[in-house]
Design a protein around this ligand. Structure first.
Ligand code: QUE
Length: 357
């Protein structure tokens, strides 16, 4: 067994047999990610990558509710207001490198989404080979509520979901439960939360049998509400233009469409158009996707909508953001072109330089 981590450690890094165990440990902030946490995760992955004594990695949260509420966007907002966004960009650089390292890690990663899994938490879970949902899972990409966009690789994973579930999640910020995550392929297994501890112990004892352990402990989830909505999601979110989706929702007589229309209209229209263009263009590989997202992040946090969105949701909590512009038709192609334009070469995102290639 490893020694106890120092108190206040934001990620608990330890080895259990042939398992590398990473536990997010910021319970008061629902384990929201800081740059320090992303760098600690990457340092552990770098060490474990070539270590023949490590067969797999477990990713979970330490105490209280979990799994991970996102990036610490309140801190990014302070950076934007105080240092021109320098620290905010450093955070996204580190976070996206972590996302890329998780996806390219040469051994199985097992992520336990046993609680809130939003934004940055989704970026930790989706690159994992095994993604465990439970009855506590609450999954969302809510960045449209804070003038950001679906990042952390969402532009890679979400367009690959069935139907138009990706654009639906991005534009509405809809929250999925564990059963819906399994149905959509966001999760690979559904376990009752009271079997999660046993799953970890058994995987640590026998990492090569992770697959069998998870299969054995899995249960049939309750029906996925999302399955019943899949047809109208595919139909009403079919357009690659925000105006097209708004028109489809407005033209549908169902109360479901009226409710989702309300959700889309409440979000930042620039965020929605950025998400749709990001999904439609698609990157050729995951590293390209992260480079694109880093450009988008650098531009989006500098726009007034980001500071305003975080203010409305997390600082003042009035949930009454004033978007600029606040109508879809006023977000122009030129504005989007400026957000998608490459950064000066020395500011572009690059993968972590490898210690042992
Ligand atoms: C959109 C987001 C985030 C959000 C709410 C949104 C996000 C995030 C948090 C969050 C929540 C609770 C905390 C915390 C952060 O909320 O990214 O530190 O305690 O991290 O509507 O993107």
């Amino acid at each position: 067994m490893m020694q106890e981590p120092p108190p206040g450690e934001e990620v608990i890094v330890c080895r259990q047999g042939a398992i590398g165990h990473l536990s997010l440990n910021r319970p008061k902030a629902l384990h929201a990610l800081t740059r320090t946490m992303c760098e600690a995760i990457c340092a552990a992955l770098r060490e474990w990558r070539g270590d023949p004594g490590i067969a797999a990695v477990i990713l979970d949260h330490a105490g209280g509710r979990g799994f991970c509420a996102g990036g610490d966007v309140a801190q990014v907002r302070r950076s934007v207001l105080e240092d021109g966004g320098r620290e905010g960009r450093a955070f996204f650089l580190a976070e996206y490198r972590m996302n890329h390292w998780l996806l390219t890690f040469p051994k199985p990663v097992i992520a336990f989404m046993d609680g809130v899994t939003m934004g940055g938490g989704v970026g930790l879970a989706l690159p994992a080979r095994y993604r465990i949902a439970t009855e506590n899972t609450l999954f969302a990409m809510p960045e449209g509520a804070i003038g950001l966009f679906p990042d952390v690789g969402a532009g890679w994973f979400l367009p690959r979901l069935p139907g138009r579930i990706g654009p639906f999640l991005a534009l509405t910020g809809a929250r999925l439960d564990g059963a819906e995550c399994l149905w959509a392929g966001l999760a690979t297994h559904y376990l009752p939360s009271d079997r999660v501890a046993e799953a970890k112990v058994r995987i640590a004892a026998q990492p090569a049998a992770a697959d069998a352990v998870l299969a054995e402990l899995s249960i049939e989830p309750p029906p996925a509400r999302l399955a019943g909505n899949a047809e109208r999601i595919a139909r009403l979110f079919a357009s690659d233009s925000l105006e097209g989706i708004l028109a489809a929702l407005e033209g549908d007589p169902s109360t479901w469409a009226a409710k989702e229309l309300k959700a889309v209209v409440a979000k930042c229209p620039t965020s929605a158009k950025v998400a749709l263009r990001q999904f439609a263009e698609g990157a050729s590989d995951f590293a390209d996707e992260m480079a694109l997202e880093y450009r988008l992040a650098a531009r989006m946090i500098a726009r007034p909508d980001f500071a305003e969105g975080v203010r409305a949701v997390l600082v003042d909590k009035d949930n009454a953001p004033r978007w600029q512009p606040d109508r879809a038709q006023d977000v122009t192609q030129d504005m989007l072109d400026a957000i998608f334009a490459p950064l000066p070469e020395q500011e572009e995102w690059t993968p972590f330089p490898e210690a042992n290639p």
